[in-house]
Design a protein around this ligand. Structure first.
Ligand code: OFO
Length: 161
């Protein structure tokens, strides 16, 4: 059994993970429309991964005998300036997600909910990986640039990540 305030915060995190999934799905569509197939594939895969993060939380809440609630999900943006703009936004978004996870970790500990604290460690490790991944892509974009052949090679490489 989980405390009501913990359930509420976990439900908010479910919503944020679903929003993340929709942001990346929207970015994938923009990339596909610009002929950036590698990035479109990568972001589509990532969108699915975010949904799996939401389902993992959903299962945890339900398995604890509580009621996972699905709230309204905000509309993601659908227009971007460039591929760099897309990945700068992914990186900044992951920083927001990390902060949300860390707040949740703090909250579970201060409420002496050791089970949730333990469950959240997976997300702490995952956020480290995701921040690293998106920062690497951003760095590569800055090194290679986004002109002609550079953009082509970059997009291909992102598709293979
Ligand atoms: Fe990209 O983050 Fe989920 O947790």
């Amino acid at each position: 059994m989980l405390k009501e305030n913990i359930v509420q915060k976990l439900n908010e995190q479910v919503n944020l993970e679903m929003y993340s999934s929709n942001i990346y799905l929207s970015m994938s569509a923009w990339c596909a429309n610009k002929g950036l197939k590698g990035s479109a594939d990568f972001l589509l895969r990532h969108s699915k991964e975010e949904l799996s993060h939401a389902y993992k939380l959903f299962d945890y809440i339900n398995e604890a005998g509580e009621n996972a609630k699905i709230g309204a999900i905000a509309e993601p943006m659908s227009e971007f300036v460039s591929l760099r703009d897309v990945f700068e936004r992914t990186y900044k978004h992951e920083l927001i997600v990390s902060k949300s996870i860390f707040d949740l970790v703090d909250f579970s500990l201060s409420n002496k909910d050791y089970s949730t604290f333990n469950f959240l460690q997976w997300y702490v490790a995952e956020q480290h990986e995701e921040e690293k991944l998106f920062k690497e892509i951003l760095d590569k974009i800055d090194i290679v640039g986004m002109e002609g052949r550079g953009l082509f090679m970059l997009d291909k490489e992102i598709g293979q990540l």
